[in-house]
Write a protein that binds this ligand. Structure first.
Ligand code: NAP
Length: 312
């Protein structure tokens, strides 16, 4: 029988994933991995932050599937042996959620509704002119599965949107694309609302720092929904406190849960959410993984393979 191993540290989540997989396929058996499990000769592993012991024990694995889009916590090439192909979730229902999150951030940034919240408290009925979108150029770092949908969704609202990626594209649907290190400064200098959806790699760690924040347009705003380690916390805090930035919306942090004593919790202008910007949807994700497994079984190469050199 064909065997798929599910390794998710929280056992309740592992059971829920196993149930969802069972509904997708009757050709495979699904087994939940625990540190006590004996080797079962699994063909594929579906993982979220897997321990190295799993890969030492399961020697027949043909591929590994990460249950999220970001693979920085996977240890590709260290925890997971280099020769084992790793595939990540592509969108999996997250891109739409993250586009919505970005729009929430844009609304926080412009302060469009703050005045009405204050007026309601005073039972005051008074209208104000709408914001001028031209004054709020948005820049999205990352133009992949999620970044492209985020950028296009914000652009559809009438904002001037640019994105920054590694490689060029021919079709960007009204989004101006900047690429590579050579165009990074130019991208930052035209941006007032900076949205981060980059993968965390050696090349992007700490990318939101004093130097990059100083290049943004004055009175800017940062929306980070990628990884906490993209941000140098002290630099972001200093930029908000000095009013160089008007604020930030942060979903991800160096340490999660964000420690109670972290100054982000109480800093006026900083809004915090507990890593919920994009949650992989079970049905979409399991269907996508089973489709990729079917392709591999037919000798075809599915999309979404992690490049060990690029780390994403
Ligand atoms: N907060 C949450 O709930 C949540 C949920 C899901 C995902 N995420 C985060 O979002 C990240 C992005 O996911 P995705 O599915 O959109 O990834 P993706 O499809 O791999 O896209 C990554 C994008 O980043 C660009 N990029 C990578 N390295 C770069 C560099 N050094 N310089 C410039 N651009 C670079 C890529 O450029 P190319 O197009 O040229 O390759 C691509 O456009 C994930 O890695 C994860 O950390 C967070």
């Amino acid at each position: 029988m064909n065997k798929i191993l599910i390794a998710v540290s929280n056992l309740d989540y592992a059971r829920e994933w196993a149930e969802s997989f069972k509904q997708q396929s009757s050709e495979w058996t699904f087994h939940i991995w625990t540190p006590e499990s004996p080797p079962i000769g699994a063909h594929y592993a579906v993982v979220w932050q897997p321990p190295q012991a799993l890969f030492k024990q399961e020697k027949n694995l043909k591929a590994v599937f990460n249950l999220g889009a970001g693979v920085d916590a996977l240890g590709v090439g260290t925890v997971i042996p280099k020769e084992l192909p790793v595939y990540r979730v592509e969108d999996g229902g997250m891109a739409a959620q993250m586009a919505e999150y970005a729009i929430y951030g844009v609304i926080l940034a412009t302060g469009r509704f703050d005045v009405y919240a204050r007026q309601q408290a005073e039972r005051r009925w008074q209208t104000h002119a709408p914001i001028l979108r031209a004054q709020w150029p948005v820049g999205v770092m990352g133009y992949g599965q999620i970044g492209a949908q985020v950028a296009q969704s914000v652009a559809q609202l009438g904002y001037t949107v640019a994105a920054w990626a590694r490689s060029k594209r021919t079709e960007t649907q009204g989004v101006e694309l900047f690429t590579g290190a050579a165009q990074f400064e130019q991208f930052l200098q035209r941006t007032r609302i900076l949205i981060n959806v980059l993968p965390l790699t050696d090349a992007t760690r700490g990318i939101i720092n004093r130097r990059t924040l100083a290049l943004l347009r004055p009175d800017g705003f940062v929306i980070n929904m990628a990884r906490g380690a993209h941000v140098v916390d002290e630099d972001l805090l200093a930029a908000v406190r000095s009013r160089q930035l008007r604020g930030a919306l942060l979903d991800v942090f160096h340490t999660e849960p964000l420690p109670a004593e972290h100054p982000f919790w109480t800093e006026p202008g900083i809004t915090i959410t507990p890593h919920i910007a994009g949650i992989s949807m079970r049905q979409e994700t399991t269907a996508q993984i089973m489709h990729k497994i079917a392709l591999l079984q037919q000798g075809q190469e599915p999309s979404g393979r992690v490049d060990t050199q690029l780390q994403y």
